[in-house]
Design a protein around this ligand. Structure first.
Ligand code: BDR
Ligand code: CA
Length: 304
């Protein structure tokens, strides 16, 4: 049994990634920690709790940071919807977090499962960076950390050089990537190439006709509308499910390379960009080629 801790800013692709892991009987999800990003942290908390209920699980969900380390929070309701899950009328209120704060929980779980906890981080890295700052000893005790974020080759989804998670809190991303811990980075470049969902792909997911496949596509309502308005077609990319699929089955990766990754910390166009260095401690595995077929197989299998 593998042990996961998932850190999320529960928007419309995060919820799919959560469902994929929650619905997998080989994975023990010790905790879900929520961070501000796509939506304010309280809304992300409700969305994570809703997804846990939908999957008939009792996985504990904890509240985390409500803003980035050094910058004001910029959310993306314009894309994910006001409620973060596509504004399709889901009942996203009134559920309760477990007692405890995300930072303490991350640290506690790393010690509890020393060298046997895998972290899947699919939002801005604020919670994880603060956990590392508070107790740097956790770095060597984490088995692996799968992170969705950034772009090295571009274009990103926020600026030509940056992706949302790292753009929102670049200082946190720099702390985590430079911590020296073993990281598998699933960036926007990989997302664009392998995790696109056009109308045929969406149809094939809907044809599975399960509660989770339906939920996963229904909550893409707002992203699809946004894409249609901006680009004239409804093709969407699901970044967090690609990260989760790779965590569930790293054999999706065909080619990767280890780098020492820095993040652009300016306040200009390149803010949040991934800078891939060949010198220094190369602790981050960057995906260069992956199997779209395997990804979609795992995606579908996970939502049955
Ligand atoms: C990432 O940013 C968020 O909008 C998504 O949830 C995903 O984690 C993609 O850039
Ligand atoms: Ca996310």
């Amino acid at each position: 049994m593998r042990n996961f801790l998932i850190d999320t800013d529960t928007g419309s692709d995060d919820a799919v990634a959560l469902a994929m892991a929650l619905n997998n009987s080989n994975i023990n999800i010790e905790a879900i920690t929520v961070v501000a990003g796509n939506i304010p942290v309280e809304q992300g908390l409700q969305n994570a709790l809703y997804t846990v209920d939908l999957c008939n699980k009792k996985t504990p969900v904890y509240l985390g940071e409500d803003k980035p380390l050094k910058r004001p929070l910029k959310t993306s309701e314009f894309f994910h919807g006001q409620d973060g899950l596509g504004d399709i009328g889901l009942d996203l209120k009134g559920r309760k977090a477990r007692d405890g704060n995300a930072i303490d929980i991350i640290i506690d779980k790393v010690y509890q499962f020393e060298n046997n906890l895998e972290i899947i981080a699919i939002g801005p890295l604020t919670n994880l960076a603060l956990a590392i700052k508070r107790d740097p000893k956790i770095i060597s005790k984490i088995k692996n950390c799968f992170i969705m974020g950034g772009t090295a080759f571009g274009p990103g989804n926020i600026t030509p050089f940056s992706e949302f998670n790292f753009w929102v809190d670049p200082e946190a991303a720099e702390i985590v990537l430079q911590s020296g811990m073993e990281i598998t980075l699933i960036d926007w470049d990989a997302t664009k190439k392998y995790a696109w969902f056009d109308s045929n792909t969406i149809k094939s997911i809907n044809n599975l006709n399960t509660p989770l496949s339906k939920f996963s596509m229904d909550i893409q309502n707002n992203p699809k509308k946004y894409k249609k308005k901006k680009y004239g077609n409804e093709m969407i990319e699901l970044a967090d499910p690609l990260a989760m699929a790779i965590a569930l089955d790293p054999s999706i990766i065909i080619k990767s390379k280890k780098y020492n990754v820095n993040i652009d910390l300016s306040n200009k166009e390149r803010r949040g960009e991934n800078i891939l260095n060949e010198e220094g401690k190369k602790n981050t595995t960057v995906i260069l080629k992956a199997s779209r077929k395997k990804f979609l197989d795992i995606f579908k299998k996970s939502l049955k």
